[in-house]
Design a protein around this ligand. Structure first.
Ligand code: NAD
Ligand code: UD1
Length: 333
């Protein structure tokens, strides 16, 4: 298939591009590079032997988006492009609504105009708000607690309404849990700008001595050791979930899947595993809870297994090892 990957120089998009190319798909990447670098395209070539065509595209711009479709006939689009920092979305809500909603609407309008109606969208477990229980199934109630999450839920609804109005569309909404880790080659991974907000990038910087210590946000949650529990998923497993969705979801309609492992680990589980696997120290201090955090967020990934034949293969140790390996490789260059 010829697949447009928006946000394809980003963290999850680049790993997905690799897995798509490995299976013989033609990948075309469009990104405005607001949170990624163009040299990722060369890294993808180094890994796969194939250099994907790259467009520097601002997806909130209709003409720039249309250029992609004028010059290529796509079988499907995987839409990763978007802004994703929760804290920043609270400070700059209009920027988040404009970027994430406008790009998603213009993209779908342009797809319809050019007769491409197969779309896979990056959603998030954040659309479950504070779940009443875990593991979370796809039919649990939806709500959000911050503008970033609201953009994800709004886009899910916009695309669902689109399918209602035009049943020819085939839309898959993938709700990711907590992606961590990096490609086995160490050539691509997550490169957050500045001080990271998320746990694994923060741990990596502490272990590297770039940050003094990790703040563990609360140890009084109702979990096995009091620290927050999440469903961490290796980014390559997540990428393979997209390949499965692309290959298996044949019928038109809206299809929703959780992409997670089904296993929850606490903050301290992650710290200990990271230290053990990589032989490094991660000094930490217990601090207050982070506002907006929930005690536990774990997927029930049964539906993706039954309908897509997809399940995760990487374990916690590999996730910790590859996150560190990526940093070591970056230091070499
Ligand atoms: P990322 O920031 O690494 O990648 C997103 C890419 O989109 C970046 O390369 C950025 O430059 C590009 N982009 C943003 N706005 C754009 C625009 N208007 N036009 C063109 N390109 C634009 O993020 P990621 O972690 O790879 O996430 C990919 C998608 O998955 C995002 O939609 C994100 O919200 C979603 N998601 C991520 C996580 C996570 O923890 N990483 C979890 C759930 C959902
Ligand atoms: C975050 C986003 C969520 C998004 C998800 C996807 C927030 C508030 N939520 O979820 O919308 O869908 O990423 O990956 O940003 N922790 C520490 N110290 C730190 C950082 C984190 O103790 O320095 C703890 C958190 O309290 C949490 C766990 O580590 O228990 C994971 O945090 P994080 O990596 O930020 O992800 P989420 O909060 O689950």
């Amino acid at each position: 298939m010829r697949v447009l990957v928006t946000g394809g120089t980003g963290y999850i998009g680049s790993h997905t591009a690799v897995e798509l190319i490995k299976r013989g798909n033609e990948v075309i990447i469009a990104d405005n590079l607001s949170n990624s670098q163009e040299n990722v395209i060369d890294k993808i070539k180094e890994i796969t032997g194939v250099k994907p065509k790259f467009y520097l595209t601002e997806l909130t711009n209709r003409e720039e988006t249309e250029k992609l479709f004028k010059e290529n006939k796509f079988d499907a689009v995987i839409h990763f492009a978007g802004l994703k920092a929760v804290g920043e979305s609270c400070l700059k809500p209009l920027m988040y609504y404009n970027n994430n909603l406008t790009s998603s609407i213009i993209l779908a309008e342009t797809m319809a105009k050019y007769g491409c109606k197969k779309l896979i969208f990056s959603s998030s477990a954040t659309v479950y708000g504070e779940p009443e229980r875990v593991p979370i199934k796809e039919d649990f109630p939806l709500s959000t607690t911050n503008p970033y999450g609201t953009t994800k839920l709004m886009i899910e609804r916009i695309y669902t309404d689109l399918v209602k109005a035009d049943p020819e569309w085939n839309v898959t909404l993938l709700r990711y849990f907590n992606p961590i880790g990096a490609h086995d080659s160490g050539l691509i991974g997550e490169k957050p700008n500045g001080i990271p907000n998320n746990l694994m990038p923060y741990i990596v910087k502490v272990a590297a001595g770039e940050l003094y210590q990790l703040s563990v946000f609360g140890n009084d949650y109702p979990t096995h050791d009091g620290t927050g529990v999440r469903d961490y998923i290796h980014v390559t497993d997540l990428a393979l979930g997209h390949v499965a969705a692309l290959e298996k979801v044949a019928e038109s309609g809206v299809h929703v899947y959780n992409l997670g492992t089904g296993t929850g680990y606490s903050v301290l589980d992650i710290v200990k595993a990271f230290e053990k696997v990589n032989g490094v120290k991660v000094p930490y201090v217990i601090t207050n809870r982070r506002p907006g955090d929930i005690p536990e967020c774990v997927a029930d990934p049964t539906k993706a297994y039954e309908e897509l034949g997809w399940k995760t293969v990487y374990g916690l140790e590999e996730m910790c090892r590859s996150s560190w390996h990526f940093l070591e490789k970056m230091r070499e260059n």
